[in-house]
Design a protein around this ligand. Structure first.
Ligand code: C2E
Ligand code: CA
Ligand code: CA
Length: 669
């Protein structure tokens, strides 16, 4: 009777498992669940045989001795058979490909058949298993073979799990590897004790652990589709990073799911999700599918090949071209796919989330594409844009980040520094120097540009005020205005208010505007420009020669100076000499001309030959900070005196100009 105790304990444990399964039956779903149920059934049969065998052996039930022998033979055979089932159970739950399971199962079955064969061979002399007077199995050859075959099955289980460690979560690995280790140890003990209470009870406990583990896994499962849910997906992503594996992750978005739900009802919507998830599991090369939210699915595939990615998208798109017959209805599902490769596109979980978000936004912003592979360059440029936006906001708040540089402009005729252009940079504590080409477009869309224009004007006015006597010798210091500035109500009054607050002569200020700005807001611009003109502010048409070069604007707007764009020098062709033609035309309109982008002696030569009055460019000086510009102003004042003796010579040959100018031009920075 003592020997039966372990079976009773085992039965109790099985009862607990069954009770718990019954209690939670609503959340139980799926194939893997069936396996644990099957395993429990097999185990109950094993226990029953074991109990009958004990009863028979102890004489508690009357059986002829031949039957008692048969019962005990079946009883001992039930151990390797139970292990074969467990081997199957382990394989199903851990092997990614089922054909490998066949290999393991065949090996186990083959060993068991050999064992059976041995028993049949020795059936006539009845000595394969021997039981002593204490009802314990005698350690003979038969017993040893039983233990060896059973241990071999444990070894097969062990190798299945350890060779597939990389496909398993740590938890799953521990659960599945414990079984063969515990079972094999208890079998060895069985061999030395002649009875198997430890084996019986430990198998019951292993079943209980497996059951509890499954239950826990259910919490990460989606109730409708049976797929693992977003919690499981996040855990999987973390695991991918932890193991440094290479994976392709797909996030699928059903475009028209809410429409389907609204039209046919939620129950039908659920069916659609089930059909779709069943299909997703059949897509070739896909390792796992997840349901992430109501209309979002995740897929994970091995590797980082674009071919795999496209083949998967192609399979999905191909399926979605056909309708889905669900119940009596035929519907079409439209799916968008965002693809992120790990680690190519993301180095950690946060980056992964950002990449998915970005790829999904890319998808949403283009209504033509059905799949988008994450693009790191695009992402970085968006990231950079966000950073610049932040830098702009803090610069507007703390205007010491806004730096105004001045680029000298020279008069070809008189050899003098005659003007300057104020150019803005942002010096951000974390991003460093940001150039206007980058931040002006962002400031324009963010509505920060006018605040920047105001700050730049304030800083320029302060500089003018502080260097009034030197600056007075210049024709103007110009500032660039943006198209957005022109649409701000009372912008002219605001800017004039700033100039007046510094008590400087407004005629020293110039504003540069581009043609495209004016075309965009013809009416407002005209009024604004006229207000400036009334206060003697110089108005400059910037970047002339790119775009339309609308003569109407030249004639109707109050421009004093036209600035020819640097592209004209860059693409200068001596044969056509368009520079000459343009300069002649502008002179007919009685405009003064500045040319920018003078980088070489040749550029200066062409400009001078075309009769252009003013030159600006790297050949003379890059934009410089206000301290250097102060020096340049002072140098210019000295040069002004020195150059009187040179005037005659340099007038004869304009190319001598640079030398004279270099007295006050500062070297490139
Ligand atoms: P822009 O008005 O055409 O200014 C001239 C640009 O050409 C400046 O670039 C200047 O550094 C550059 N440059 C000067 N000489 C040469 C040369 O010899 N060769 C070449 N390749 N480039 C030369 P920067 O400072 O990067 O400014 C770029 C643009 O940003 C400016 O073009 C202007 O449109 C805008 N900008 C600058 N500051 C402001 C501002 O305060 N407000 C507004 N609204 N726009 C500004
Ligand atoms: Ca300009
Ligand atoms: Ca320009």
């Amino acid at each position: 009777m003592i020997l039966l105790k372990s079976e009773i304990v085992a039965f109790l444990i099985v009862f607990i498992i069954l009770f718990d399964m019954h209690r939670n039956r609503t959340i139980r779903t799926g194939r893997n669940d069936r396996f644990i149920t099957e395993m429990i059934v097999v185990y109950i049969i094993f226990l029953s045989i074991s109990i009958v065998a004990h009863f028979a052996a102890e004489g508690l039930i009357e059986t002829p001795s031949a039957l008692t022998d048969l019962i005990s033979t079946v009883h001992f055979n039930s151990i390797p058979v139970l292990l074969l089932f467990w081997l199957y159970y382990t394989g199903v739950n851990t092997l990614p490909r089922k054909n490998r399971l066949k290999v393991y199962l065949s090996a186990g079955t083959f060993a068991y058949i050999l064992f059976l064969y041995q028993q049949i061979r020795s059936a006539d002399n009845q000595s394969f298993f021997l039981i002593d007077s204490n009802n314990l199995l005698v350690r003979n050859r038969g017993f040893l073979i039983l233990i060896l075959v059973s241990c071999l099955e444990c070894l097969l289980m062990f190798s299945i799990v350890s060779f597939n460690k990389k496909n398993l979560t740590n938890e799953k690995f521990v659960i599945y590897i414990t079984a063969p280790v515990v079972m094999a140890s208890s079998l060895v003990l069985f061999y030395y004790s002649g009875n198997h209470p430890l084996f019986t009870v430990s198998v019951a406990f292993l079943l209980l652990f497996n059951h509890l583990f499954r239950q826990r896994e259910q919490l990460t499962k989606d109730g409708i589709t049976n797929l693992p849910n977003t919690v499981a997906f996040d855990a999987e992503i973390e695991r991918i990073f932890l193991k440094k594996s290479k994976k392709i992750v797909f996030v699928l978005d059903i475009d028209n799911f809410s429409a389907i739900n609204q039209r046919y009802g939620i129950t039908f919507g659920d069916k659609v999700l089930k059909h779709l998830s069943n299909f997703l599991l059949t897509v070739e090369n896909v390792d796992a599918a997840y349901r992430l939210s109501s209309d979002r699915f995740g897929l994970v595939a091995d590797g980082e090949s674009y071919n795999t990615a496209t083949s998967i998208v192609r399979q999905i798109n191909k399926r979605c071209e056909k309708s889905w017959g669900i119940g009596l209805k035929d519907i079409l599902i439209s799916i968008n796919t965002a693809i992120v490769m790990i680690p190519k596109h993301a180095g950690n979980t946060q980056e992964f989330k950002d990449s998915v978000d970005f790829a999904v936004t890319m998808l949403k912003s283009s209504n033509k594409l059905s799949a988008v592979i994450y693009n790191k360059k695009l992402f970085l440029s968006r990231q950079r844009k966000l950073d610049v936006e932040t830098a702009l906001r803090s610069a507007v708040y703390n205007d010491s980040h806004i730096v105004v540089e001045f680029q000298p402009i020279f008069d070809i005729e008189t050899n003098r520094l005659c003007a300057a252009e104020a150019l803005t940079r942002i010096n951000d504590p974390s991003l460093g120097l940001i150039m206007p080409g980058e931040f002006i477009p962002i400031a324009e869309t963010d509505g920060l540009i006018t605040r920047i224009s105001e700050i730049v004007l304030q800083k320029t006015c302060r500089f003018i005020k502080e260097n009034e006597s030197l600056v007075k010798k210049l024709n103007y210091i110009s500032l660039n205005l943006s198209v957005e500035d022109l649409s701000v109500p009372h912008i002219a009054t605001k800017l004039l208010g700033i100039i007046d607050s510094y008590e400087i002569d407004p005629s020293i200020i110039a504003f540069e505007l581009t043609e495209s700005m004016l075309l965009e807001r013809m009416k407002e611009s005209r009024a604004v420009l006229e207000t400036f003109a009334q206060r003697d502010i110089t108005i400059i048409l910037d970047d002339f020669g790119v775009g339309y070069s609308n003569l109407n604007i030249l004639a109707k707007m109050p421009f004093d100076v036209i600035k020819i764009d640097k592209s004209l020098l860059k693409n200068y062709d001596e044969d056509t000499d368009s520079l000459h033609i343009i300069a002649d035309m502008l002179h007919r309109f009685k405009k003064k001309i500045v040319i920018e982008g003078v980088e070489t002696k040749e550029h200066l030569h062409y400009s001078s030959r075309a009769g252009i009055e003013m030159v600006q460019g790297y050949y003379f000086s890059r934009p410089v900070d206000y301290l250097r510009f102060e020096d340049i102003l002072e140098e210019n004042f000295k040069a002004d005196i020195n150059s009187n003796s040179q005037t005659a010579r340099s007038k004869k040959k304009n190319l001598g100009l640079r030398k004279a100018l270099m007295n006050f031009a500062i070297p490139d920075r």
